[in-house]
Design a protein around this ligand. Structure first.
Ligand SMILES: [Zn+2]
Length: 331
């Protein structure tokens, strides 16, 4: 990792002067608060964060690969001048947890109880699956990408493939490190400089999703509760619960919202994303009401206002999930 720093006070720091990494670029959101925005095709695959609490340092999510997480750890140590005391895992998806191992043994890793259980089970299962099958899976994906006729789809898929290749090369070195401090709904960390809140309103993207809220600065690191400019994946069949979580998050009136995937957002993006989920839910409900099948729901066209969003392939899966939720609620 190359470090470029100027002699300047922290508030004068521009993005150019911040530590740099081939896996992410840092954006300073407030004094001592940084978003680590993923570089597409790298070993990060998701966005993360660094927060200086004054006497301790917190890192929010740890990317897909230990290589990317090592750069995040280095950046956090350089920016705050101390080791990382806390790591937060917003949810159990591997692109947010496989870097846990690079942090010192003394670092406390925090998640909800359910997320910890899912990391210990599904995180380990995926690792075993990947060690056995990922290489072959990526060869198949490479062939599929070559056959794609849509250029933008091909470029997008190639970037995801590149990230998965970083994961593949990291696999021999990955050891699963599960959180060692759990909470249920709310955990407040009081630092000498600022207090931050870890909040969990239940399951949205996964069965348990938490986010980090900085009340004074009105900044939220949303994890995968928020996607900006991107379609979303869902790993549980209750989209309404995700919509309800976002409505509660909107009440916090955040000014800056760091999504798990996509570009840096504002409070308005939380509303835009909730509207998106409501639209998908309405389309699925209409298909179900007219007697259509789940496969038919998955064939529905993306509404024009979301046509420019990345990750179009995720739309069909989200439609399926919404359809199954409709079918369940009307049984
Ligand atoms: Zn993710």
């Amino acid at each position: 990792m190359k470090i470029k720093r100027r002699r300047s006070s922290i508030m004068d720091i521009t993005s150019d002067a911040l530590p740099s990494s081939s896996h992410f670029h840092l954006k300073q959101l407030a004094d001592g608060v940084y978003a680590a925005m993923s570089r597409e095709g790298s070993g990060s695959m998701s966005n993360a964060g660094i927060v200086d609490l004054g006497d301790r340092t917190l890192v929010f999510d740890t990317f897909l690969s230990p290589t990317a997480a090592q750069d995040l750890r280095n950046a956090a140590e350089q920016l705050t001048g101390r080791p990382v005391s806390y790591v937060v895992n917003s949810h159990h998806d591997v692109d947010h947890i496989y870097g846990n191992q690079v942090f010192p043994p003394a670092t406390t890793i925090i998640a909800t109880t359910q997320t910890r259980d899912l990391i210990a089970t599904r995180g380990a299962e995926f690792l075993a699956w990947a060690q056995e099958n990922l290489a072959e899976d990526l060869r198949t994906e490479e062939k599929r990408i070559k056959e794609l006729t849509d250029l933008s789809q091909r470029e997008e898929a190639a970037l995801v493939l590149a990230s998965n290749h970083v994961l593949l090369s990291s696999l021999p070195a990955i050891t699963l490190r599960v959180p060692n401090l759990t909470f249920e709904h709310k955990l407040i960390l009081h630092g000498s400089r600022r207090s931050v809140e870890l909040l969990c309103y239940g399951g949205g993207h996964t069965p348990s999703d938490s986010f980090l809220y900085l009340p004074k600065e009105r900044i939220a690191f949303m994890g995968d509760l928020l996607f900006v400019g991107m379609h979303a994946s869902i790993w549980q069949d209750n989209p309404q619960s995700w919509i309800d979580i976002l409505a509660r998050a909107e009440a916090l009136a955040v000014q800056v919202a760091v999504p798990g995937h996509g570009t840096l957002g504002t409070g308005e993006h939380v509303t835009i994303f909730r509207d998106y989920l409501c639209s998908v839910q309405e389309i699925a409900l209409a298909v179900h009401r007219r007697g259509g099948s789940e496969d038919e729901a998955a064939q529905e066209a993306i509404p024009a206002c979301y046509a420019s969003w990345k990750g179009a392939a995720l739309f069909a899966e989200l439609m399926r999930s919404c359809y199954r939720a409709c079918a369940k609620s009307t049984v």
